[in-house]
Ligand binder design. Structure first.
Ligand code: ZN
Length: 442
């Protein structure tokens, strides 16, 4: 098959593109016209759900979209079978820091038996709901970025700053082989990114939500040891006793954090959450546990979430001195899942006031689009934004879904067609405003 001329140009730029891209058939159904909605459905039908996401058809599909729009594209691979797709719309002043629009290729699994429509069929109901795993999280934004660029190009808009759009693997399993490796690469540094947008969450109200930070997850295992022996004796410092003392202390801390939320002084995502995950002790027997032997080991696991305002050193000290003190024969292990400070040691937060000029441009673009933002929030969970923030890049989490139930990771995830289409218009304002922004040269 021959390569069309503009693809050859792209080939010269990146040298990584194969003509096979052109033969990728968009997964539209025969009766479907090629519209922004059917293109979204086409992306949703590609199964990139864990545990075995098939990234290559998704990459091919997105490349064919980029090709039809007329923007550059290249695939990078930092871990085998885990591609990152990077699209580039060159600005008229490429020396200015660029703007990145990120989304992830993968999704969490779906249990088809719990869905009213098959999760990878992208059925659009008569009332306009598009059902698919990834409809909200976050294939919507991945395609909306493209559709907004398509429309802006059609209107002969020329960006001043270069616009990049990235599609990364493995966000749903922690992003260590995806965004984490991408942001650490020379290819990423060369993009000279000044500001980025990543995924947010749906808003049940009529204002869009925007997120300036994520919480950092820690897995905490605490282990207690004590004298084993016959169950009839009296024990000081037994393993289970020591573990239970810790659980009491931790429960008090957990309640103190929750009280702040209940009193309305902080949002859920602004405090440290401590949720017990497992408790284990005892010697198994065919009928359950041996009841007349005191176990010598006991262990518990907890899921902690730290907002960027939390002091990680203070938390480590609390764990060492109060939750798993050596004086009670306890040890612990903290599994830190991602950064909590940036490369300069600053909390991973993006400012949402006038001291951050990117915030002003973004929020003004939303206003000009005729929309409203609710009070900026910390996301209770995590996204790939944390890896970008770790590099010192300001990032906002934003998915333009209002009047929409929050269905990410849920059964029957869906998005209303009109909400999706409105989001494309919103991104036209956002992309054009950010790309024309003249200030912030660093
Ligand atoms: Zn997501």
């Amino acid at each position: 098959m021959a390569c069309p001329h503009n693809l050859l140009l792209s080939f010269v730029f990146f040298g990584l593109i194969s003509c096979a891209v052109l033969s990728a058939t968009p997964p539209l159904l025969q009766e479907e016209e090629d519209t922004s909605i059917t293109r979204f459905q086409g992306y949703l039908r590609i199964k990139t759900a864990h545990p075995d996401p098939d990234y290559s058809p998704a990459i091919s599909y997105l490349k064919s979209q980029a090709h039809s729009i007329g923007i550059q594209y290249k695939t990078l691979e930092f871990a085998p079978g885990k591609p990152v797709l990077l699209l580039t719309w060159l600005g008229s002043n490429p020396s200015l820091p660029s703007v990145l629009f990120n989304s992830h290729l993968d999704s969490v699994p779906a249990e088809p038996s719990k869905w009213v429509h098959p999760p990878f069929s992208a059925v659009r109901t008569a009332d306009g709901k598009i059902y698919a795993r990834g409809a909200q999280d976050d294939k919507c934004i991945g395609m909306q970025y493209l559709e907004a660029i398509r429309n802006l190009k059609r209107k002969n808009f020329t960006p001043t700053r270069t616009i990049h759009v990235s599609y990364v693997p493995d966000e749903e399993i922690g992003g260590l082989d995806g965004s984490n490796k991408f942001v650490g690469s020379k290819e990423f540094r060369d993009l000279n990114i000044g500001f980025a947008l990543d995924e947010g969450q749906a808003s049940p109200g009529d204002e869009f939500r925007v997120f300036y930070a994520d919480r950092t997850p820690w897995g905490l295992k605490i282990k207690a040891k004590g004298p084993p022996g016959h169950g009839s004796r009296m024990y000081d410092n037994s393993a289970t006793e020591n573990l239970m003392k810790s659980v009491e202390v931790m429960s008090r801390f957990r309640e103190s954090q929750f009280d702040v939320v209940k009193a309305g002084k902080a949002a859920n995502s602004e405090v440290i959450s401590v949720n017990p995950v497992y408790l284990t002790a005892g010697i198994p027997s065919p009928t359950g546990f041996v009841m007349n032997v005191q176990p010598s080991d006991a262990e518990a696991g907890f899921d902690l979430r730290l907002p960027p305002t939390a002091d990680p050193d203070q938390m480590r000290k609390r764990i060492a001195e109060e939750w798993a003190p050596a004086i009670r024969n306890m040890t612990y292990e903290i599994i830190e899942k991602g950064p909590i400070r940036d490369y300069m040691g600053r909390p991973l937060m993006t400012l949402t006031n006038d001291s951050n000029p990117w915030w002003s441009v973004f929020s003004e673009a939303i206003r000009r689009a005729g929309e409203k933002l609710s009070k900026p929030e910390i996301l209770p969970s995590t996204t790939d934004a944390r890896f970008l923030r770790q590099m010192g890049i300001p990032v906002l989490g934003f998915s333009p879904m209002k009047n929409t139930p929050i269905l990410l990771h849920d059964h029957n995830e869906h998005l209303q067609d009109t909400v999706y289409l409105n989001g494309i218009e919103v991104y036209e304002f956002v992309i054009s405003s950010l790309s024309l922004f003249a200030g912030a040269s660093d």
